[in-house]
Design a protein around this ligand. Sequence first.
Ligand SMILES: [Zn+2]
Length: 527
Amino acid sequence: MNKLKLPIWEKALSRAAHAKKRVSEIHKKAKTMLTAFIKPWAGKTKSWISAKAKPVKPYAGKIKAWVSAGLSNIKLTHVGLKQLGILFMLVVFLATGWVGNSDVAASGEVFATTMQAYKVILKGQAAGYVCNQESANIIMDEVLQDAAENYGMEVTLEDKLSFEPVVIAPEKLSTKEELESSFRRLSDINVNAYVIYADGEKLGTLKSEEDARNLLDSIKDNYADDASGLEEVTFKEKVEIVETPVEFHEVQDIESVEAKIREGQETVEEYTVKEGDTFWSISKAFDIDHDELLRLNPDMDPEKLKPGQNICLSYPKSLLNVVTTEVIEYEAPVPFETETREDSSMFKNESKVIQEGKEGLKLVEARLIKVNGIEQDKEVISEKVIKEPVKKIVVKGTKTPVSRGSGKLIWPARGRLTSRYGRRWGRLHKGIDIANSRGTPVYAADSGKVISTGYNGGYGNLVKIDHGGGMVTYYAHLSKIVVSSGSSVSKGQLIGYMGSTGRSTGPHLHFEVRINGSPRNPISYLP
Ligand SMILES: [Zn+2]
């Protein structure tokens, strides 16, 4: 038979357990003996025990120290004072010779190649081997207490330990560390955690309800702190905190849950502007409402898109969205109205601004709703005009120009008739010359359509008007032309001013009348 040593931790525990058992046996035996045979000497025996015990008392402190040393690698508190007391009593019995020749309890040693032990079973699996069931229970308590301390949470164990007597080789006995590690591995230690849900979606699992609330507040504060007219901060989603028993490893720290939520809130789809892109083309390409795109990019001028700029295409699609409602005040321009007045003395195609418009200014109070800091909706509460706008007044002519002439011409300018139609120095003078000072107004001789304006060789600045029916009139040597080609003119309408451009010897109007391209004597058509 080999001399074996028990693991020191279990030895200490088994000492306590054996002692307890032995004491109760002895107690029982003693009681029986006393009752049956020794009753008459009961008093004497008792005093004899006391006498024998007395010399041992001075060593009580030493024994206690010895026990402490034996238990040094386990927690003394688990042994408890009661067990210490029993141990002490046992030592007293040994010392007084009541129990002789003790094996395990006294020396902590066994003589065996195999031994009686217990298989520790947790969740149907072997967690280790101990001599003593109590040792396993104490270790389990320790593991639970460690867990509770680590997490600062209450813990519960779903399955209790069970034991099965076995005969094993002593070296199969578990060490304290082995037992601890298999308990940690096998045990379903549940903690009471708090799960945050947003619209039924799990956001995170936290240690306490307070942690969960603090996290939600911090998420709100992220979008609430810089708004002065803040009315309300809420979540778009229905948020719940539900107490849930979970496994250790499922509990998350506040920082990682917060980071996950924030990441979702800040992740947006973006598009980089390319050459030739406009807000319209982008909104079409991505099938986003044009106004929505403007709202998503409040700081951008849609008229000034530059290649390389990033455009936001969507609101962040987060599981948790912060809705802030704030009341803001701002100044906004008040547009001016345009009033149009009619004037029958002016032709239809003529208009004149007689008063320029000026924008006014108003003070707007509005309720602004933002989601994760991005403007979503604006509701105007009140508007106060602080500067009235000035309306723009435009006068428009109503006189209809007639593009077809009456055939009856009027004199196109005042002045002296200095040259008539016909042959002159061997050449045909195709019109008449009316002389006056430079700048004298020149009028259309009849209604019609201006078909040509501009410089034309010897004619200088020339206007041609088609009166319909094949008749065209020419106005030459003008200093300035005030009608444009293609426009309709009425009889008597100003078309330019007398001058001396082209082949001319002084300011005069050279006036021609042509029928189907051939010059005729204008005098025949004039009154
Ligand atoms: Zn002439």
